[in-house]
Design a protein around this ligand. Structure first.
Ligand code: ATP
Ligand code: MG
Length: 815
């Protein structure tokens, strides 16, 4: 006998069991890192299915990344088999895209809408800022974009914002205008930006309760992982979904709170079938049951509007909610956990919870201080090698850093040392110009209303269509009240020269041919390979590939390979989604996040930012650049709550490690060829010394490093794991951190340059020479000072102005 889910409970502790088996309207699971939150959520889903308490279609589970969604889906499938089909396990964004594809027609969009990524919306905002001449008022595209995003995360729109804004301030007035225009442009292009994906679903549900009811009827069990990182819009979405049925007939739409979105009711709805009648989760007139799991100590997305209060106020929002606490950690050794507890204990305003494990103390945390980031990277490569020989697989090791630019030094050394590695951050590929071009071709076919995509490709490859022609086409479209796309199809009426007219006609024909292939008319189903074939057709017949082939630029070779890779991605997509349309493909590509790999990461070390590391675990973790100004990051200093958020980020990093944790830093850090002295992060001092074993402490480096600045000297002993300062934990001469001074001239640190990857030797350079720098572009040398390895070039760059560079190591060459 026994329960049908007995094996699901095997090995769980009593609190975890309760989290799996509790049935009621609302359940909050709060717990520290590695205590089984995600595992429990997965088993809870399996348990609902096993006990036939829910149909798969009645389950909506939200994870933080697509990758996490994939893993959860796989685990549930493993536990319940085929019964897992039809569940929605996805990120907030993916779930909302699915809803919008079904419902977009309700409010003036079509289901072929484009998803604007941050680069796309930046381009649009840039155009509007220019149009409104808003830079004169201090509005930059970046600041406008940031503010719009923040407002959208709070579910504000241009109108509601205008009501509270101080409109006597011309900058505010301009902002409101730009915000409004931006939204109108998006709608005209049949496009949503990232924040809209969520916000517009909330607006839709509020404006059309009968549409919301369709989803309320369908989703009887809603489960959310990483709840601490939900923003207000996501919170509101969950609220809308868990409300009891409104019973609205759909005949009378409620006035939308964001006036412009609603174009009148469409009563012929019913586009979504409910998931059958609920057999579990209460009657339909009750709201869905909601389970959320989270850890307020791991909230690291406040800068994107995440609101920790969503977790602390859960009990207020859902009266009668059951709260389950998990404290036993199943991931890390006690040393790692003690360090994590000690660090996070320095944050105020938090509920104290102590993670513990019964696996034992484990190894000490290893500390290392390099002379430079290359030295640090070399240490990591050596250790990776040693761990490998000790039987730990590459795929069980990860290197974390605070900012993307830190990966470069690590990559350089890994390449030399032949350590296979993989950078997590799939978006990079999709940010490449040639990939964006290729996708713009697809979008131009799939969503002809998207003028921005058309403008992007209209002269790529070059076909003699300049700005004047583009404006001619745009004006013709306005005059004739047709779309930009349709204007292309009327090339003969545009009044342009015969050559240009032929170019336009050719482009129109290519797009039409691809459209016929990928979007067969009603009833027919496109063949599975349609997307890949259509993409190839577009790239070939448009002349895009030929132009790259004909180019002498070595980079264009790589661009061709990237395009092949994209076609391969499309073929792979067809294999996994035989009925997937070009829209599905574009959705998938648009929602690739930093945590999603393009390729299989098995057999290689994973490199990623601390933000990306959330939710993951590895046997060995290298947390690098543990320096003031990196972690905590310089930009956090002025933000309210910034340093605390940085501490949480550090905590997230530490708690990813199962067995081995390395904390490393560099005494000098060269970024863009400018060398600055780094200081140990304050977080290092928060770890009890007895947990650390310093292979090379900051003190060691200092005493061997030649010239010593007073600031560095002052901290000696503080980290003297090997120096042994006795007595007080950090030694008596410790200067209290944090200190934000940057002492020492650039020449002083030249002494510490170790054997480097980049060595320009005695490159001859004199005033008047022109050089090219990897990051800064071209410039003119004004003067050269110093001697030998300490020679400094004073350069005036054409684009970025004056910089001082250490000639020996700066990524420069003479031109
Ligand atoms: P994070 O806060 O980092 O997201 P989490 O709370 O979601 O962590 P999980 O990832 O679910 O924790 O679990 C951490 C590890 O502990 C996983 O490897 C999981 O398989 C394991 N684990 C969880 N519960 C148990 C248990 N009862 N017995 C053995 N292992 C467990
Ligand atoms: Mg988790």
């Amino acid at each position: 006998g026994g329960r049908p889910d007995e094996d699901l409970l095997e090995g769980l502790n009593p609190q975890q069991r309760e989290a799996v088996t509790y049935r009621g309207p609302a359940l909050l699971i709060v717990a520290g890192a590695g205590s089984g939150k995600t595992s429990v959520l997965t088993r809870r889903i399996a348990s609902l299915l096993r006990g036939r308490e829910a149909w798969p279609s009645q389950i909506l589970a939200i994870t933080f990344t697509n990758k996490a969604a994939g893993e959860m889906r796989e685990r549930v499938a493993h536990l319940v088999g085929d019964a897992s089909q039809g569940m929605w396990i996805s990120t907030f964004h993916s779930a909302c895209v699915r809803i919008l594809r079904r419902e977009a027609e309700q409010f003036g969009f079509t289901k072929a809408f484009t998803i604007y990524d941050s680069g796309d919306s930046r381009a649009l905002i840039k155009r509007l800022v220019k149009q409104h001449e808003a830079d004169a008022y201090g509005l930059t595209p970046a600041s406008v974009q940031g503010k719009i995003s923040k407002l959208k995360n709070e579910l504000a729109d241009a109108e509601s914002y205008a009501r509270s804004a101080n409109l006597s301030d011309p900058a505010e007035r301009l902002f409101v205008e730009i915000f409004g225009d931006y939204q109108r442009e998006l709608q005209r292009a049949n496009a949503f930006d990232f924040d809209d994906l969520i916000g517009q679903v909330v607006f839709l549900f509020r404006a059309f309760p009968h549409v919301a009811d369709v989803y309320r009827r369908r989703f009887r069990h809603i489960l959310v992982d990483e709840y601490q990182d939900t923003n207000h819009a996501q919170y509101a979405l969950i609220h809308e979904l868990t409300r009891p049925l409104s019973g609205a007939s759909g005949a009378e739409p409620v006035e939308a709170s964001n006036g412009m979105m609603i174009w009148g009711p469409d009563t012929s709805t019913g586009s979504v079938s409910g998931g059958g009648s609920a057999s579990g989760g209460g009657s339909e007139s009750d709201g869905a049951s909601l389970t959320v799991v989270g850890d307020s100590d791991q909230s690291i997305y406040a800068f994107r509007g995440a609101d920790i209060r969503n977790i602390s106020e859960f009990e207020r929002d859902f009266p009668g909610a059951r709260v389950v606490l998990l404290e036993q950690n199943y991931r890390s050794t006690q040393n790692i956990l003690t360090a994590a507890n000690a660090v996070i204990g320095n944050n105020f305003d938090r509920k104290d919870k102590k993670l513990w494990t019964d696996v034992g103390a484990g190894e000490k945390i290893i500390g290392f201080t390099g002379y430079s980031q290359h030295d640090e990277a070399q240490f990591i490569a050596d250790e990776v090698d040693a761990l490998r020989r000790a039987g730990i697989d590459y795929s069980e090791m990860a290197v974390f850093y605070r900012t993307n630019s830190q990966s470069r030094a690590i990559e350089e050394i890994f390449i030399r040392a032949a350590v296979p590695y993989k950078i997590m951050g799939g978006t990079k590929f999709y940010e490449r110009a040639e990939i964006k071009d290729a996708l713009a071709y697809l979008i131009a076919v799939a969503n002809p209303a998207d003028e921005m995509a058309l403008r992007r490709i209209i002269n790529r490859p070059r076909r003699g269509i300049g700005d004047v022609t583009i404006e001619t086409i745009a004006r013709y479209a306005v005059d004739e009240r047709i779309t930009f796309r349709d204007a292309l199809a009327n090339s003969t009426s545009l009044g342009v020269g015969p050559k240009i007219q032929a170019s336009i006609a050719h482009l129109d024909a290519v797009l039409a041919e691809a459209s016929a292939l990928m979007l067969p008319t009603s009833g027919e189903l496109a063949p599975p390979t349609a997307v890949a074939d259509g993409l190839s057709l577009l790239l070939n017949k448009s002349g895009y590939r030929d132009a790259l082939r004909a180019s002498k630029d070595a980079q264009d070779e790589a661009r061709l390979e990237n395009l092949d890779e994209l076609v391969a991605v499309a073929r792979e997509f067809a294999r996994n989604n035989p009925e997937g349309t070009v829209l599905d493909f574009l959705t998938e590509v648009a929602l690739v996040s930093d945590a999603d790999d393009l390729e299989d990461s098995s057999g290689s070390v994973s490199l990623m930012t601390l933000h990306t590391a959330k939710g993951l675990e590895y046997d060995a973790v290298f947390l690098t650049g543990v320096e003031e100004d990196l972690i905590p990051h310089r930009i956090s200093a002025g933000e309210p709550g910034g340093p605390q958020e940085e501490r949480r980020l550090f905590y997230v990093g530490i708690t990813r490690a199962r067995k081995r944790l390395y904390l490393s830093l560099a005494m000098t850090r060269a970024q863009f060829g400018e060398v600055s002295v780094a200081m140990p992060s304050r977080f290092l001092q928060e770890i009890p010394v007895e947990l650390m074993h310093w292979r090379q402490s900051p003190g060691d480096v200092n005493s061997r490093g030649g010239t010593q600045s007073r600031a560095l000297n002052a901290r000696r002993g503080g980290f003297g794991g090997s120096g042994g300062s006795g007595g007080s934990r950090y030694g008596d001469d410790l200067v209290p951190l944090p200190r934000r001074e940057r002492s020492g001239s650039i020449e002083q640190f030249a002494n510490r340059i170790p054997a480097k990857v980049r060595d320009n030797g005695d490159m001859e350079l004199a005033a008047g020479d022109r050089i090219r720098h990897d990051d800064f572009g071209e410039g003119r040398v004004d003067a050269v000072t110093g001697e030998g390895a300490k020679r400094v070039a004073h350069v005036r760059f054409d684009k970025v102005g004056a910089k001082k560079l250490l000639i020996k190591i700066a990524p420069i060459e003479k031109v």
